[in-house]
Design a protein around this ligand. Structure first.
Ligand code: 0L1
Ligand code: MG
Length: 268
């Protein structure tokens, strides 16, 4: 199970794998999934690798500006052959201003996803957090686009490997509008994604675990397994409402969010 507590890797192996995954992210090159070489690896090891890479970044002065959930739709889990959602952290340099150009050459094989972001006004600390707790603790909701860029060759991974790789996090964009959760119907909130002027994906909030707030609740409960919480002010992306769409250099995109405006950008 994803909440197993045991390590099979040593501290040295965890540190070395964190460096291995982070270097591939920073220098934008492909690696093979790490469970090929470490089949004994546990979920605890995988999260320890992610948290060690995060510690390395913070030690160099990088700020962590939010969290993201990944693989939160049943369609996406079955598409990628995994059985549980995962989480990752968002570093300051992942953030791209609304409408900006995203540097394609800093990435390997990016895909874009239409998401929503929740900003909290109160701490959420699991276990036992439910949708109601999330809605009560949410200050506002914003539109968001995530650029995922698995470091694994051809996006081929298993759940442990992708967790160690910070759940494929690479860039994200948010902004434009914000709304109180009570002023939105989050389940039916529709999104339309266009790439180069053509509609490529449509979806509704319920694609994410039945309700976008369920994703934030799951994150709070997963973090509780490490005695971590989501403090007031946290920015959390809930996972993809649409399928992830591969983009190429020169592509532009616009994602329309019902009641929350649009986000647009370009890969250059
Ligand atoms: O943000 C996501 O839903 C992606 C999580 C990792 C899986 C992938 O790279 O497709
Ligand atoms: Mg995502």
């Amino acid at each position: 199970m994803i909440n197993e507590m045991k390590n099979q890797l040593t501290k040295e192996q965890i540190a070395q794998l964190a460096e291995h995954c982070e270097k591939a992210e920073l220098e934008a090159y492909e690696i093979t999934k790490i469970t090929d070489d470490y089949p004994q690896m546990t979920y605890r090891d995988a999260f320890d690798i992610q948290w060690e890479a995060r510690r390395r970044k913070e030690a160099r002065g990088t700020k962590i500006v939010g969290m993201k959930m990944g693989l939160t739709s049943w369609a996406k889990m079955s598409q990628m052959g995994v059985e549980h959602p995962c989480y990752g952290y968002l570093a300051d340099y992942f953030s791209v201003p609304e409408g900006a150009s995203i540097r394609f050459d800093e990435l390997i094989h990016p895909k874009i996803e239409a998401e929503l972001a929740f900003v909290l006004k109160e701490e959420l600390k699991g276990p036992g957090i439910h949708i109601g707790d999330v809605l009560r603790a949410t200050d506002f909701v914003m539109p968001a686009v995530e650029v995922i860029d698995s470091r694994y060759k051809d996006f081929k991974f298993d759940l442990k490997s992708v967790i160690a790789d910070n759940s494929s996090s690479s860039r994200f964009m948010t902004g434009g509008n914000m709304a109180k959760p009570e002023d939105l119907d989050l389940k039916t909130l529709g999104v339309v994604m266009e790439v180069n002027g053509k509609v490529v994906q449509t979806g509704a909030g319920a694609a994410v675990l039945g309700h976008p707030a369920a994703s934030v609740a799951m994150l709070a409960n997963m973090l509780a397994e490490r005695d971590e919480s989501l403090p007031a002010g946290s920015f959390i992306m809930i996972g993809a409402i649409t399928e992830a769409v591969t983009v190429n250099k020169g592509d532009s995109f616009v994602v329309h969010f019902n009641g929350l405006g649009s986000l647009s950008g370009r890969f250059e």
